[in-house]
Design a protein around this ligand. Structure first.
Ligand SMILES: Cc1ncc(C[n+]2csc(CCOP(=O)(O)OP(=O)(O)O)c2C)c(N)n1
Length: 203
């Protein structure tokens, strides 16, 4: 598919929106967590997995999809959610645990769900293949249009989880979104350093 000029503009704007969203989340995440990292402190307690550098894999895929298609991201979902058109205000509210969030603030950043745009994700590695296969099968059995795409990272290759759906997987598209640079937070000083953040570049 050769993108039209309008699609190119949408792609650029969406990637920029995703990057600005993650920049703002990064700032908010560190509130109350310095100088000694404590994962439970601040307005955004818990883990945080951001999409820096992976924005193109979201717009590139979503540009090929229609409204009937389902899209499932993994534990690093912001770029895919934004490209899919998940309501940004309700998404932000969900991250901050607010009642106005997509799931009433109970899901957090790894469990965003918006059925208005057929978007889902999960913090469990390769979990998307199950619901993705189910959504594809439902469309097939009900003779409704649409396909399902489930994003995986690098890890599912090493974990057996994705293979649990070995049969039905054939009817959903499995997409490996492998970032060259990931930013991950945690509480292991050996891995994440005193500040609690690990930024690493993959070769
Ligand atoms: C089934 C399962 N096992 C282990 C984990 C813990 N876990 C969280 S992130 C992660 C690494 C994921 O690596 P990758 O898929 O390459 O994505 P990245 O975070 O490096 O972008 C693991 C093992 C999990 N969330 N789910």
């Amino acid at each position: 598919m050769k993108p039209t000029p309008q699609q190119r503009i949408w792609m650029y704007e969406t990637m920029l929106k995703s990057r600005l969203f993650d920049d703002a989340v990064f700032e908010a995440y560190w509130e109350g967590k310095k100088p000694v990292f404590h994962m439970g402190k601040g307005p955004l307690p818990g883990e945080m997995h951001q999409s820096f550098g992976q924005e193109p894999t979201a717009v590139g895929v979503v540009a090929h999809l229609g409204p009937d298609d389902a899209v499932g991201a993994g534990h690093r979902p912001h770029h895919v959610a934004i490209a899919r058109g998940v309501n940004l205000e309700r998404m932000a509210a969900e991250l901050f645990g607010k009642k106005t969030g997509l799931s009433g603030g109970r899901g957090g950043h790894m469990h965003l769900y918006d059925n208005k745009v057929n978007f889902f994700c999960s913090g469990i590695i390769a979990e998307g293949m199950g619901p993705g296969a189910g959504m594809a099968l439902a469309r097939k059995l009900q003779k409704k249009p649409g396909i399902a795409v489930a994003y995986n990272g690098r890890e599912p290759g090493r974990l057996s989880r994705s293979d649990e759906h070995g049969g039905p997987v054939e009817i959903a598209v499995r997409l490996c979104d492998r970032g060259q640079q990931v930013r991950r937070v945690g509480h292991d000083p050996g891995v994440h350093g005193r500040a609690g953040v690990e930024t690493r570049r993959r070769l």
